[in-house]
Design a protein around this ligand. Structure first.
Ligand code: IPE
Length: 259
């Protein structure tokens, strides 16, 4: 089984509130279907989640009453995105079931606490791809918070032990310097703890759930349980399909058992 996260920066236009990139998702779903692998899918919230969530500081938990309608609206918006994603998946030949974190997960102090992983296993057993996504969820200490797709990736990787963990992003991976300002920036193809700690933390500004560095941190933890993990650019046709088929592909990877 392959665990894949389709980043919100790929399936939405992150700069424009609630803008779905259906064409990009359709192509990615085509790559998943033709690779013929069993998958568990997670998708990010992109501009359906981050814009309102950061305006109302939902990631910090409850601070004032004005956040209540905002938290509910973010849940509505990410469900709307999820429904659009589900249509593309089912119409594209990947029978899928949605498992929203607001219904199947809880947080404790901003970290993922409970997640009903058994539901994911049971959908896989009946041949239906379980799909979850970045969402607002209840928090036992802070009333509510953000359950990010990256946290879900980490938990599902630990519990389901996939063959490969793939983060589909809008950049090729992690670079030696910020590629948008430094023409000499080079892609780091294999990342380990020492390399990560030596990098300047200036690539990409963080949104409410973190940057490329947060992803690599999670990939290192996933790798310490024995799984290979890779971050690749989903805007380049063919890369996700190649990674699913186990072919060499441009991206940054962390090898199983790396620390
Ligand atoms: C964020 O989820 C969830 C909300 C802001 C509600 P993710 O962190 O997984 O989303 P992307 O991939 O960064 O858009």
């Amino acid at each position: 089984m392959m665990l894949v996260k389709l980043g919100g920066s790929v399936i939405t236009d992150k700069t424009q509130y609630r803008t779905f990139r259906e064409d990009v998702l359709s192509r990615l779903v085509g790559e998943i279907v033709s690779a013929g692998k069993e998958v568990v899918l997670i998708h990010g919230a992109g501009s359906f989640g981050h814009v309102l969530a950061s305006e109302h500081h939902i990631q910090n938990g409850y601070t004032d009453e004005s956040q209540i309608p905002a938290a509910a609206k973010v849940m509505e918006d990410v469900r709307d995105l999820n429904l659009r994603v589900m249509r593309v998946l089912n119409d594209g030949g990947l029978p899928s079931a949605s498992l929203p974190p607001s219904a199947v997960a809880t947080l404790r102090s901003g970290e993922l606490d409970e997640l009903n992983v058994d539901l994911f296993r049971r959908y896989l057993e009946v041949g239906i791809c379980p799909v979850t996504f970045g969402d607002v969820a209840l928090d036992s200490e802070r009333r509510f918070g953000i359950c990010s797709g990256d946290h879900l990736m980490e938990r599902l990787a630990r519990e389901l032990r996939p063959e490969r963990v793939i983060f589909v992003s809008d950049i090729d991976g992690v670079f030696t310097a910020d590629p948008s300002s430094d023409p000499d920036a080079m892609l780091i193809e294999v990342v380990d703890r020492t390399i990560l700690d030596s990098l300047p933390r200036t690539q990409r500004c963080a949104d409410v759930t973190g940057s490329i560095f947060g992803k690599i941190e999670k990939m290192l933890r996933i790798a310490s349980w024995g799984g290979d993990a890779i971050v690749l650019n989903g805007n380049v046709p063919g890369r996700l399909g190649a990674a699913l088929r186990g072919e060499a592909v441009r991206g940054s990877r962390v090898r199983g058992d790396a620390i």
